[in-house]
Design a protein around this ligand. Structure first.
Ligand SMILES: NC(=O)c1ccc[n+]([C@@H]2O[C@H](COP(=O)([O-])OP(=O)(O)OC[C@H]3O[C@@H](n4cnc5c(N)ncnc54)[C@H](O)[C@@H]3O)[C@@H](O)[C@H]2O)c1
Length: 435
């Protein structure tokens, strides 16, 4: 199973009845209309969704949001590119008809489109741009009192992570839901497996080996009319100010599961290696095509992470957990979830479409006034990837404190179409300095 595609599995959906009569009759209605401060400002029980970043994942997330609840409409969309915005709207309209209620005045384009969307009267914001923009978009959405679905990774540098942590705290104070796109946390087989590991099924954990070794991804040929900014945005995977490099953009899913198995403690340090051996042409910006990082944890556990984006190599997308009472295997490609040792167990329960479950649970939480807040772990798992990237780029051992206090801010100070944002050279271990 590849987390970079939406899944077509039939899903178990909980439709929440919110017709006037049901609302008027139930205690749930009282909660909805008066006791939840989040709903104090709402004048209608129809939840209006706004989508920021109308690409593959954003369109998928909007589709799932519209399926999650009978009384949800798509109210506004925002993107930097008109073609992406239009094709997303076309697909969503085909799938959902009248639930797509986006007036001409609610189609926002440009670098400030997210703010206009947030100010357009939406209740829930879906954030699915390249992650370099996420901290600012999340901060603005929470500031304005919106519930948020926030795709992973949630930042590309430590200053961004600090902003996300502050926004997550504020969301909690304001009783807002903040759901992360770390989708495996919403996958029933993984919930059960990691639940057992956390209850001690493999005993004390000494080692976690985890991988995201896969082929290369798409790239778009340069067009003569594109500025450098447009080229980088269209090919955002290959610029670390936009993607965080592939350890953050893609492999962070495996790091998130490593962290989950341990109960999400902060690591002590990371040391590692990486580089680009195959994907070396200019069109691939300055990112690496492989990383190997060792994370050290306080109680002596070590996490060994490998990720690779190279064709024609052995692929693997899995987490293996070794403890003093046994070991566990979660293989995302083969769909295997099993524990061997003092406990022997294999998952045989219900499979679910985790992407749909995310939105089913998000909208149910909003309706009930019982907010979900994934803020801390989504920031910490993203920071694991950033810390690993720092260790590989510099060739140095990086402690958690150093990484969290890094002042390195990737990307231009201001976003404009004519900014000639220079492409920094490919980082060189032992020469590239930590900052
Ligand atoms: N959870 C998962 O399994 C999963 C799967 C795929 C992607 N993702 C994540 O979702 C995010 C989007 O990935 P994608 O595959 O949809 O990429 P994409 O390129 O298909 O979509 C990104 C969209 O954002 C738009 N955009 C760029 N900058 C913007 C800005 N400043 N304001 C508004 N719009 C902007 C782009 O024009 C594009 O339409 C990434 O963070 C990615 O890592 C998660």
């Amino acid at each position: 199973m590849n987390a970079h595609s939406d899944h077509a599995h039939p899903s178990r959906r909980k439709f929440i009845k919110t017709t006037g009569s049901v609302i008027a009759a139930s205690p749930f209605a009282l909660n909805l209309l008066s006791s939840s401060p989040v709903f104090a400002g709402l004048n209608s029980e129809t939840l209006k969704v706004g989508l920021v970043g109308c690409g593959g994942r954003g369109t998928g997330a909007a589709n799932q949001a519209l399926k999650a609840d009978d009384n949800v409409v798509l109210h506004a969309v925002a993107d930097v590119f008109e073609d992406r915005l239009n094709s997303s709207l076309e697909n969503l309209t085909k799938a959902h008809g009248k639930k797509v209620k986006v007036d001409e005045g609610h189609k926002f384009l440009g670098f400030d489109a997210y703010q206009k969307l947030i100010d357009s009267g939406v209740d829930v914001v879906l954030l699915a741009t390249p992650p370099g923009f996420r901290p600012d978009h999340l901060t603005a959405a929470v500031e304005a009192g919106k519930h948020v679905f926030c795709e992973k990774p949630v930042a590309v540098d430590a200053p961004g992570i600090q902003k996300v942590l502050a926004a997550a705290k504020k969301a909690k104070e304001k009783n807002l839901s903040l759901m992360s796109g770390f989708c495996w946390r919403y996958h029933y087989p993984k919930r059960e497996t990691f639940g057992k590991i956390l209850e001690g099924a493999v005993g004390d954990i000494s080692t976690i080996y985890n991988t995201y070794n896969t082929g290369t991804l798409w790239s778009k040929p340069r067009q003569p009319e594109w500025s450098e900014m447009e080229y980088q945005l269209r090919n955002w995977l290959y610029y670390n100010w936009l993607s965080g490099d592939h350890i953050a953009e893609q492999a962070v899913h495996s790091l998130d599961m490593m962290s989950w198995a341990l109960g999400d403690p902060k690591p002590v340090s990371a040391v590692g290696t990486g580089g680009r051996q195959v994907r070396t042409e200019d069109q691939f910006g300055h990112v690496y095509d492989h990383f190997a990082i060792v994370y050290e944890y306080e109680k002596g556990a070590k996490g060994f992470h490998f990720c690779r984006q190279q064709f024609n190599c052995e692929n693997s997308y899995a987490v293996e957990v070794f403890g003093n009472k046994g070991n566990a295997l979660v293989d995302c490609t083969r769909g295997v979830h099993e524990i061997k040792g003092q406990t022997s167990w294999r998952f045989k329960g219900e499979q679910n479409d985790m992407y749909q479950t995310e939105h089913d649970e998000l909208f149910a939480a909003i309706r009930k006034g019982t907010p979900i807040n994934d803020g801390n772990y989504m920031a910490q798992s993203t920071m694991l990837a950033i810390m690993g990237r720092m260790a590989a780029y510099t060739g140095q051992k990086i402690t958690w404190e150093q990484a969290m206090n890094s002042k390195e801010k990737l990307g231009p100070e201001q976003y404009t179409w004519d900014v000639q944002y220079p492409v920094s050279s490919v980082p060189k271990p032992g020469i590239t300095e930590f900052s």
